[in-house]
Every structure is written in structure tokens, then in C-alpha cells.
Design a binder for this molecule. Structure first.
Ligand code: ZN
Length: 299
């Protein structure tokens, strides 16, 4: 099977985001569409695309449907992904992270407002494009129904993440970023998802950032490193929180240095995920009644 990688870059990304054009039984399928509202110059714009398949709702994978959906017959995504590509819901989710970690101080709200506004506008672009496209959920998706594409639900990085297996390729979205760390919303689900995905038949992983391709052995090594790195971080966070009630912003400062940039926002999103897992494991108590949240290791 032919697979062509494309990538595009947009602020505030740290790495360009990849998306892929695959030729399946004579039909062109696009897996994700990148972060940019314009196609990369190398993309064959007159190409007729049968389907765009979305891995997850994050703007750097879906905003490109603004241009890509014009030449595509239809778009397929999970119900959760379709529901999440909504500027209102996206900004609500982001506001929750901002409140939980940064609280409601003027300084943090002003800094985070810019981050949230920029990303919300990306979701408006994607939602508008989706509104004008022919959209199918995965079970209704014609190319999946024909058996040419398989999908595996793989939540962890995001709640809605789906990986696609086409021929010997697995399109794994943001689950295996070589050379840097994957941000995780849910550590346990990530682990489950990756074990499940590695059990599927494929040889090459097509990844959302860097790469763009990894063989299966390298892919499993990356997953092992990510899991190990996240466990270390978990221990680190619990240790740095110390005893007694401490605000999540204080923990954020101790772990990430209190950076109020877009990168800081991404780190804050991970911190909320870690704290929820620490709570689930019975290691910390979380007080969500105020802003920022407070945690207590001494339970
Ligand atoms: Zn993502």
C-alpha cells in the first residue's frame, strides 16, 4: 500500500504535525488533515479523496479539514470526536484546566485567555468545515464497512482517540511521538490502548509528530519509554507535592517552573491527568471545590 506523509506547522505547536495520504484499493484516503487552514504546497490539490479519517479531536489534527474536505467525498470520525470538535466545548474543557491549575488570578487568566482564544478559533474553523461536509461515524463509514480500513479505539492521549489499521500500516495519531513525550489525559487507558494496538497485525506505525514512520519494534520501545517516563513523573509529582494541602499551581511551579505560555498550558493539561491518576491510585486526595484545585499526599 502507498502511504505519503505530509506535515504542516502552526503556532503554538512545538513540532510540525503529520497527516497521511494512503491509497487503498485505488481510493485515496486521508488520515487526519493537519493543523493548518491551508494545504502544504506539495499536496496534490486536484486529487479526488474518498475519505478523511480523523484520529482524535485535537486541533492540530482536524483544523486542516477546512481545505481537505472540499475535495473529499466524506469525513469519518468517532462519535466522541465529532461531538468534541465544537468551539464551545473545546473552550470549556480548556477553561477547566486553566481553573484547576492556574486558578483565577488576573495574571494567569490574561495569559491563558490568549492561548484558549487561539485554540478556540481553530476549533471554530474545524467545526465549520465539518458542518459543510458529509460526516459519518465509524460504524457507518463506507470505507470501514467495506473492510478496507479497520479501527481500534485507543483512548489515553485524549478521551476519543482512534487508531486506524490499513494494510500493514497503523495510523496511530499522537500515541507514539518519537524523541519526546506524549501528553496523557489518562495513563491507565493509554497503557490498555497500546497493549491492544500492539496486538493488531501491522508492521509500520505512521505517527502524528516527528517520525513519520516507525517499525513495530521501535514503536513498542517508544511506548515502553513513554510509560516509564510517565510513572517517573507520577512519583516526582507526588514527592514534590509534599505533605499537607498544596495548591495545584504550587505543584505546577515545582514541576514545570510556572510557565504561563502555551507550552505551560499543555503541561497543565498533563498535570490534571496525573493528579486524577494519583487520586485513583489512592495516593493523593484532591479538593476541587476552589480554584486552583488542592492536593494532599498525606492520606
Ligand atoms: Zn493530540
Amino acid at each position: 500500500m502507498d502511504v505519503e506523509p505530509y506535515s504542516s506547522m502552526e503556532e503554538p505547536l512545538i513540532d510540525p504535525a503529520n497527516f497521511f495520504l494512503a491509497r487503498v484499493n485505488g481510493k485515496n484516503v486521508l488520515i487526519d488533515a493537519g493543523p493548518s487552514a491551508k494545504p502544504p504546497s506539495s499536496f496534490p490539490l486536484n486529487l479526488k479523496v474518498e475519505a478523511i479519517l480523523l484520529t482524535h479531536w485535537h486541533w492540530d489534527h482536524v483544523r486542516g479539514i477546512t481545505w481537505a474536505a472540499r475535495n473529499a467525498r466524506y469525513v469519518c470520525a468517532s462519535e466522541e470526536t465529532i461531538k468534541s470538535i465544537d468551539p464551545g466545548k473545546a473552550s470549556e474543557r480548556m477553561a477547566l484546566v486553566v481553573r484547576a491549575v492556574f486558578g483565577e488570578s488576573e495574571e494567569s487568566l490574561t495569559a491563558m485567555k490568549l492561548v484558549v482564544q487561539a485554540m478556540t478559533s481553530f476549533y471554530s474553523d474545524a467545526a465549520k468545515a465539518l458542518g459543510q461536509a458529509n460526516v459519518y461515524t465509524l460504524n457507518e463509514c463506507p470505507i470501514i464497512r467495506k473492510g478496507l480500513v479497520n479501527y481500534v479505539e485507543c483512548p489515553g492521549h485524549s478521551h476519543d482517540h482512534v487508531c486506524y489499521v490499513i494494510g500493514d500500516h497503523a495510523f496511530v495519531g499522537d500515541n507514539m511521538v518519537p524523541g519526546s513525550s506524549v501528553t496523557l489525559l489518562d495513563y491507565r487507558k493509554y497503557l490498555d490502548s497500546m497493549v491492544k494496538l500492539l496486538g493488531e497485525k501491522w508492521e509500520v506505525a505512521a505517527v502524528g509528530h516527528r517520525g513519520p514512520f516507525l517499525d513495530k519494534v521501535s514503536a513498542s520501545r517508544y511506548i515502553a519509554e513513554i510509560v516509564k517516563g510517565k510513572l517517573e513523573r507520577l512519583v516526582f509529582i507526588a514527592a514534590l507535592a509534599g505533605k499537607g494541602w498544596v495548591s495545584l499551581f504550587e505543584v505546577f511551579k515545582r514541576v514545570y517552573g510556572g510557565n504561563l505560555s502555551p507550552k505551560g498550558f499543555v503541561a497543565a493539561r498533563s498535570l490534571v491527568g496525573y493528579v486524577s491518576l494519583l487520586e485513583e491510585l489512592g495516593i493523593v486526595k484532591v479538593d476541587r471545590s476552589g480554584a486552583p484545585w488542592k492536593i494532599n499526599v498525606d492520606i
